[in-house]
Write a new protein. Structure first.
Length: 333
């Protein structure tokens, strides 16, 4: 049997339909061919023999392609030929990726960490960074591969990877990276635990006025605010973390110090709360990963939310009050 070029075969075996497998002696391999005698007779009960050869490419670690050849089998009743298929041999080697930055990092919400690593492979492989791909996985989700060339730090030659904004969730995250070449050689992954520390704050806090009201000598309730109010809470902490919004208000007075007969109230689905100089909880919410901003004023509809109540003895005038909003973390039950 003529052997393909660029390959050096050193061992082989023959398997039969019925009889036991046969080992091909090493001495049977001579230059570009292998010659041996089948140990079993082929007949109607044992019709086929499958030849398997093992060897290595002789061209180093670059892919090797060999052309198809023909092999012959000689018997007392004649000569038969069979095809020896062409082959493409790809290199197998150890592709390494070592973590050179911290295995555990903390970042504030909105920031992303930089993960650094060193890629190693044999010089004989002859591969460039353009021929290697980095495969990121964040919290079990595989992301699109990235060319290693785009992640190389020119000052060190090492890999630098930064997750995209929004790919990390509040709280603990696991980021893993592996490197792979075009032949299927893959490095062991490196893993980094990233703790994203969220914050609770006002995204927008804008107060304005209440609608002008004609006094009638009768008590008037739920005088709504103008549409210029805007209260929004930003919570980038771990999902389902709870918070409450509290409000304190001074009495309404004119510039001469005359006090308004009435005051502020806040109505939700359960009750109406009078707003005084004692902190009152007017809204409760929780962190949501996909929607970190809660628009509190969007709920001020149909008599809900903040409103002004007037007593029947309220006097005309321009009144002002100071409002103090505060956000508080609430422990989860």
């Amino acid at each position: 049997m003529k052997l393909p070029a660029n390959l050096k075969f050193t061992q082989g075996a023959v398997t039969y339909d019925v009889d036991e497998a046969q080992v091909i002696p090493t001495a049977s391999f001579q230059k570009d061919q292998v010659t041996f005698e089948l140990a079993s007779t082929l007949d109607q009960f044992n019709p086929t023999a499958t030849v398997t050869l093992e060897g290595r490419a002789t061209t180093g670690m670059r892919p090797t392609t060999s052309t198809a050849t023909r092999g012959s089998f000689t018997a007392a009743n004649g000569v038969a030929t069979t095809a020896v298929p062409g082959l493409t041999v790809t290199p197998v080697y150890d592709l390494g990726l070592a973590l050179t930055s911290d295995a555990t990092v903390e970042v504030l919400a909105g920031d992303v960490p930089e993960i650094r690593g060193r890629v190693t492979l044999p010089d004989q492989a002859g591969l460039t960074a353009q021929e290697l791909q980095v495969y990121p996985t964040i919290n079990g989700k595989e992301l699109a591969p990235v060319s290693l060339a785009s992640l190389i730090d020119p000052s060190t030659g090492n890999l630098r990877y930064r997750p995209a904004e929004g790919e990390l969730a509040a709280g603990p995250n696991t980021v893993s990276l592996r490197v792979q070449d075009q032949y299927g050689n893959v490095s062991a992954p490196i893993r980094v635990r990233v703790e994203v520390i969220g914050t609770l704050s006002f995204d927008t806090l804008k107060t304005a006025s209440f609608r002008a009201t004609k006094l009638t000598g009768q008590a008037q309730a739920t005088i709504p605010p103008t549409g210029d109010w805007d209260v929004r809470v930003l919570d980038t902490r771990r999902a389902n973390s709870r918070w409450q919004l509290q409000l304190v208000a001074s009495p309404f007075r004119t510039v001469k110090g005359e006090r308004l007969a009435g005051g502020l109230s806040y109505t939700d689905k359960e009750k109406t709360t009078r707003i005084t100089t004692t902190p009152q909880t007017v809204y409760q919410g929780m962190a949501r990963t996909q929607q970190p901003v809660t628009d509190v004023t969007a709920t001020w509809k149909a008599g809900m939310g903040l409103h002004l109540d007037l007593n029947g003895n309220a006097l005309p005038g321009d009144y002002q009050a100071d409002l103090y909003w505060s956000l508080n973390d609430v422990p989860n039950p």
